[in-house]
Ligand binder design. Structure first.
Ligand code: SF4
Ligand code: SF4
Length: 457
């Protein structure tokens, strides 16, 4: 039964979301510059293996690297041009990753795509194959290959196929625009899921404030008896997988589990649109829709960009910084301000499958006072959506005590940042907690079952 009572979860916070800066900016396509960079690691598994060499000419949509194992994913050229080589390049998280470099010939010559498939004549096996071939991974940031997630799910045990359209991160509006402009692509992605899981109901979940999106989706699904459109409370982190599933179904998930173990399949907006494209039109994942916003950006925008182009080019397309602002007066974020990361290596880094937004804020707007001692107010405990005690976990991190951290359920943290946001003593709780969590997750002996979603195959 769909959980009609909750519509939300315990904890969480109301945020000033800054979405007004870019929500009315329609999605426009921008073209990349002369050099494209394709890191071989844009998913959680092993790096993909190049199938092109220096000097090769490639077409747009051509496979340039093969998945290495089930947790890895194929990679495709998003332009036509010449392979310049394979070398280490920095990515948004500051890591140097082996990358295929392609000189864009600006002709955008495509591979040949067969005739569109008709959903009713397409088998589950063909759909799975198409999703794998297209290189689709969890585009909300998980990087888990979608093929792997769907393959593991028992078709008779899935009760809900959920479309996560909540987009609760401040400033990001790419999902909002996609829902308004092309709702049928998202709904078609969900219809494909429902064909694969014939016992399931489909739920399109949007936030309460997204009235326009709700109406567009309702209109689009009038004939779909198995699809429901649900509005959820405007609260952060409502779009986090565990909080979303609980609000919609009343079922609880922990960080050791995948949603299919409790009868749910969850995909976000981008992933569903990519699934539709892969299954119906045979096209691989070579573009992303990303938001460029923040109080430092001249013309906040939503762009359809090619994977491989640089963040610098994308920011320039939005007019760059506001007049009079110098780069050193700004903070650059990959993703939203709650779960995104500061871009430290500079803007000459490539858009990847996992890019969702470039947010640039003035240092002035972010100025926080220095942290003071914990005053034991308990607010971090009240807001933690996973019922953790962040102040205790923070103490464990200060002592470097990994065993205590595990005992206090630190591995259940979903990286939402809510505790840091609320703390009146300005203690950056979440960054220390997330750092220790990731450290433990990279040690399978310590992490045990928790490592299954993170360890490379
Ligand atoms: S401890 Fe983790 S899950 Fe809890 S509020 Fe902090 S960041 Fe979010
Ligand atoms: S919110 Fe900050 S000050 Fe309050 S208990 Fe938590 S860590 Fe301490």
């Amino acid at each position: 039964m769909i959980n009609s009572m909750a519509n939300t979860f315990s904890g969480g916070i109301k945020l000033n979301d800054g979405k007004e800066l870019s929500k009315d900016a329609p999605i426009t396509t921008i073209l990349p510059g002369p050099e494209m960079v394709y890191p071989l690691l844009q998913h959680i598994g092993n790096p993909s293996v190049p199938v092109v060499r220096e000097g090769d000419h490639v077409l747009m949509g051509q496979k340039i690297a093969e998945a290495d194992g089930d947790l890895s994913a194929h990679l495709h050229a998003s332009v036509s041009g010449k392979v310049l080589g394979i070398e280490n390049r920095l990515t948004a998280d500051g890591q140097a990753v082996p990358s295929i470099i392609i000189a864009n010939d600006r002709r955008y010559l495509e591979i040949f795509y067969p005739e569109n498939r008709k959903l009713r004549y397409t088998s589950r096996q063909t759909m799975l194959h198409a999703i794998r071939e297209a290189g689709i991974v969890g585009l909300g940031g998980s990087g888990l290959p979608t093929y792997f997630k769907l393959l593991g799910a028992n078709t008779r045990r899935i009760d809900y196929c959920i479309a996560n359209l909540v987009e609760c991160e401040p400033y990001l509006t790419s999902d909002y625009r996609r829902i308004l402009e092309t709702p049928e692509k998202i709904v078609n992605g969900l219809r494909i899921m429902l064909t694969m899981f014939p016992r399931a109901r489909g739920i399109l979940a949007v936030s309460d404030s997204n009235q326009e999106g709700y109406r567009a989706l309702k209109e689009c699904t009038r004939q779909d008896e198995r699809i429901y459109v649900r509005r959820l409370h405007d609260k952060y982190p409502q779009g986090s997988e565990r909080q979303l599933i609980y609000a919609l179904t009343g079922r609880t998930l922990n960080a050791k589990m995948l949603p299919y173990e409790i009868g749910c399949i969850v995909n976000n907006t981008d992933t569903l649109a990519a699934i539709n494209q892969a299954v119906i039109t045979h096209e691989p994942l070579i573009t992303k829709i990303i938001t460029v916003s923040g109080d430092a950006v001249r013309e906040p925008a939503n762009f359809r960009v090619r994977i491989g182009m640089s963040y610098r080019e994308v920011l320039e397309a939005a007019g760059g910084l506001k007049p009079g602002l110098r780069p050193e007066e700004c903070v650059y974020l990959d993703g939203g301000p709650m779960m995104g990361h500061r871009i430290d290596p500079g803007l000459d880094i490539p858009v990847t499958k996992l890019s969702s937004g470039i947010i640039v804020l003035t240092r002035k707007s972010m100025q926080a006072s220095d942290p003071s001692a914990c005053m034991r107010c308990g607010r971090c405990v009240e807001v933690c959506p996973n019922n953790l005690v962040p102040m205790q976990l923070f103490k464990d991190t200060e002592k470097g005590n990994e065993h205590a951290f595990i005992r206090h359920n630190g591995l259940e943290c979903c990286d939402c940042g809510t505790c840091s946001y609320i703390c009146p003593a300005r203690i950056n709780l979440s960054s220390s907690i997330v750092q220790m969590k990731n450290q433990i997750l990279h040690d399978p002996d310590l992490a045990g079952d928790y490592a299954r979603r993170y360890v490379r195959s």
